[in-house]
Design a protein around this ligand. Structure first.
Ligand code: ATP
Ligand code: MG
Length: 283
């Protein structure tokens, strides 16, 4: 049976739990222990600190893990990235006090940089011809310059709000991360089959994310124009209405472009436009 390691609490926990729900794997985490077994899929969930996930997968304690790519890269264990999951998006950046002038990576020569990601930083600096002292600290890295522990930091940034509130500015974006599904790459045939099913379901979640189902009534003579506005997966569904000269057209549209499409459709005579959420799309 597959065993999936996820973060027990923290930023990735809630998104992992909703992703499992979205792909139809129910895990009872109300009386959550260290391990919970799914009621409807051959999978157990193991809850742990995110730092440990890249290690328990290659050692075989868990067959799969969901963790930030930043942790995978930092720990350097040999794992296979099976899927990118689109949440936990962040980057690891170099930041310096905002009053400092910055003219390029040379700035960091001879400086002390505080970080929880020394390995990623050690890979980056030599390529830029920089020799700096790396101070490894595990929490509250962003206060290191103000506390006099370091001149600069190398830390996770998502919105940048925490940098600003600590008087820092981001000067080099070094590593881009999101949550990923990892495996050891050495699964039994049975586990591989279950993983393939998970990957299939993840694909359908990814495809349906941000999509809306749209249906409307249209004068028949503008159908071709409406199809140009709304190209569907294969082609939109068009059905006759009881009222002569009218039809109903159904399609799927990306939520980002929804309002633009609605205005174009209204301008050619569409009426009674309905927009519905899409639960799953199986391409
Ligand atoms: P744990 O107690 O499990 O070790 P943690 O404190 O190390 O938790 P979190 O802060 O919960 O970790 O972050 C987990 C992951 O979420 C990070 O490794 C990163 O991949 C991702 N992440 C996304 N945005 C951010 C952000 N703004 N700050 C921190 N992590 C982020
Ligand atoms: Mg951690």
């Amino acid at each position: 049976m597959l065993r999936l390691a996820i973060q027990s609490k923290g930023r990735l926990n809630e998104d992992c739990a909703s992703l499992l729900r979205e792909i139809g794997i129910s895990v009872d985490d109300s009386k959550r222990k260290f391990i919970s077994k799914s009621a409807n899929f051959p999978l157990e969930v193991l809850y742990m600190r995110d730092d440990d996930i890249p290690q328990v997968v290659p050692t075989g304690t868990a067959s799969l893990g969901i963790v930030g790519l930043n942790e995978v890269e930092e720990k350097g264990f040999d794992v296979t990235v099976e899927a990118k999951l689109g949440f936990g998006v962040c980057r690891i950046s170099l930041a310096i006090p905002k009053t400092e002038q910055y003219d390029g990576p040379d700035y960091f020569n001879g400086k002390r940089i505080a970080t929880s990601y020394p390995n990623i930083l050690r890979k980056f600096l030599p390529g830029k011809g920089v020799k700096a002292d790396i101070e490894v600290i595990t929490g509250s890295v962003e206060i290191a310059p103000a506390a006099g522990i370091a001149d600069a930091i190398f830390d996770i940034v998502s919105t940048g709000g925490s940098l600003v509130s600590n008087g820092l500015k981001e000067v080099e974006k070094v590593f881009f991360s999101e949550a990923v599904l990892i495996s050891s790459g050495k699964l039994s045939d049975e586990d591989r089959e279950s993983l393939d099913e998970i990957l299939f379901r993840l694909d359908s979640v990814k495809v349906s994310r941000g999509q809306k189902y749209i249906l409307m009534n249209l004068p028949e003579d503008v159908v071709d124009e409406a199809i140009r506005i709304l190209p569907a997966m294969r082609s939109p569904t068009v059905m006759p209405l009881a009222a002569k000269g009218w039809c109903s057209m159904h399609s799927v549209v990306n939520a980002d472009r929804l309002w633009e499409k609605i205005h174009q459709l209204k301008s050619i005579g569409a009426e009674g436009i309905l927009v519905l959420s899409v639960d799953k799309i199986i391409p």
